[in-house]
Design a protein around this ligand. Structure first.
Ligand code: NDP
Length: 325
């Protein structure tokens, strides 16, 4: 039986990846900063919370991480942990850099010294490209425009450096935004869907958004974790852009959500300049053709399908809540 260790298992991607790996017959272990206090809601929502072994680990703590790896003896490690909000990274730049870039170097250094044939997946982001009016591929230079993207770019470069310098089997998945009902409400897509569903149910509230002319590529998280796994099954390690290849503005996303609910978004949405970021990416366009060719992976859901699936899940949650009251 293959063994996998998911660092940051309690998050959105951690939960979907856990389910996928269990279906493939893996023994799955995972880390949280504090396993006793961990929020297992996402794992529980997918029915897999009781099927994994959970360990406490700070990823910047060399000794603690070493102990977990010795105990779990994984063939594959997926590093999904760290501060993952672009917006919050402007308020917590050091925490973001430490939990993303320093942590990744710590993992790489540990794997180099252990000398075991462990395969590492590292969660990178298309945010690293900065403004990409033309589709960005693995060859496109990084021009990060947030502390989050700076940290992810540093981690991504560290991965490719350890691969070249020490022959480590380490890959970065350069993933575009991917959504699901497990997305926390502080992420704008979930905020839009949740608020619009409440408005449609008669709450009478208004939706407050920052800049809506930003263009992004939104996919479905469940499909993206499959790409992570495929990356680690290749003969040779490499980096891959994982995205739908189809970009839309946040305005389009918002309009689609309200239209699905039979509403006109212009009647319910306010622009709040207080939500503008100090520096933002206007265009994020992607070219995932390498993943299609080498991983045989292609997203089947782009923004309109993602919106429909999120609304369906949100409505189910709302009616389950009503049943409980
Ligand atoms: P989540 O935020 O849902 O999960 C990340 C996990 O990391 C959390 O569950 C948490 O686990 C841990 N964590 C959170 N903050 C910190 C911190 N400051 N220091 C250390 N650990 C922390 O992320 P996703 O599942 O959405 O994403 C997985 C990875 O993929 C992340 O690295 C993200 O940046 C990256 N990514 C995500 C994209 C997306 O659209 N979702 C797009 C591109 C990249 P605990 O509290 O249990 O310790």
């Amino acid at each position: 039986m293959k063994s996998a260790l998911i660092l940051g298992i309690t998050g959105q991607d951690g939960a979907y990846l856990t389910r996928l790996l269990l279906e493939k017959g893996y023994a799955v272990a995972g880390t949280s900063r504090d396993a006793q206090m961990a929020n297992l809601g996402s794992l529980a929502a997918l029915g897999v919370a009781d099927m994994v072994s959970l360990h406490s680990a700070s990823l910047t703590d060399f000794r603690g991480l070493w102990q977990v790896i010795e105990k779990v003896e994984p063939q594959e490690i997926y590093n999904l942990a760290g501060q993952s909000s672009v917006g919050l990274s402007f308020e917590q730049p050091l925490e973001t850099f430490e939990s993303v870039a320093v942590a990744t170097i710590n993992i790489l250094e540990l794997l180099r010294l252990l000398g075991k044939p462990v395969r590492l997946y590292n969660a990178c982001s298309t945010e690293c490209f900065g403004n990409a009016p033309e589709p960005a591929s693995e060859e496109t230079p990084f021009r990060p425009r947030s502390p989050y993207a700076v940290a992810k770019a540093a981690a991504c470069w560290a991965v490719s450096n350890y691969r070249e310098a020490y022959g480590l089997y380490a890959c970065s998945g350069i993933l575009s935004n991917h959504e699901s009902p497990l997305r926390p409400a502080r992420f704008v897509t979930r905020k839009i869907v949740s608020t619009a569903c409440r408005i449609a149910a008669g709450s009478g509230e208004r939706l407050s958004l920052g800049s809506t002319n930003v263009v992004r590529d939104w996919g479905w998280a469940e499909e993206y974790v499959d790409a992570m796994w495929r990356m680690l099954q290749q003969d040779d390690p490499g980096d891959f852009v994982i995205a739908t290849g189809k970009s839309f503005s946040l305005q389009d996303f918002t309009a689609q959500v309200f239209a699905e609910l039979g509403l006109d978004h212009t009647e319910h949405v306010d622009t709040n300049p207080g939500l503008f970021r100090p520096s933002d990416i206007l265009y994020s366009r992607t070219d995932p053709s390498k993943a299609r060719e080498l991983l045989d992976w292609q997203a089947s859901m782009a923004m309109p399908e993602v919106v429909r699936a999120m609304i369906g899940a949100e409505r189910e949650m709302l009616s389950a809540k009503e049943r409980c009251i």
